[in-house]
Design a protein around this ligand. Sequence first.
Ligand code: VGL
Ligand code: ZN
Length: 211
Amino acid sequence: MKALLLIDVQNDFVPGGALAVPEGNEIVALLNQLQPYFDLVVATQDWHPANHKSFAANHAGRQPFEEIELHGLAQVLWPVHCVQSTPGAELHPELNTNQVEAIFRKGTNPEIDSYSGFYDNGHRKATGLAAYLFGRSIASVYVAGLAADYCVYFTAKDALQEGFDTFLIEDATRPISPEGFERAKADLENLGGKIISSAELLSHEKAPQPA
Ligand code: VGL
Ligand code: ZN
């Protein structure tokens, strides 16, 4: 069984949002087109309290995109984004969520960031996503969404570590930094992940099943 993970397709990560990923909006139609080909579709939401320590605004004298150490981990400081229950944290209005069976929220602990949909950045606490996927007999995980070089990358890395056959759909994601995305793809391939295009994926699939 195959699952599609829609990572952080939220208003703050598309142009006009607080932490806009260039062209982030351009993947939404494709994500809608891909969903019917999967046995299961799951979404994640970056879901921070206003006092989250990943926000530059919560560190005196710091600017967004500076890097600090936070409880022993390297931490990029971000603009305030995806604050719980704000419009920026909502899923993109054009994302079809009818087939999304569960939404996993992450980044809720103010002391630690959570790029992966599976674990916080210190790998201390699981979100429950892996257990959920195992419970649904999922063997293959396809990762898409935003941002390619952060949450999509770390989700795919953890999926590999959890033992899933892991695919990154490279045209169904967009990076904050193109160089960062190139490094991420190389790392995923080294770890046994597969980088595919949506065209490759669809060419192997039978027509979607009626819902
Ligand atoms: C993300 C930076 C901070 C992401 C989330 O969804 O890729 N990036 N929080
Ligand atoms: Zn975040």
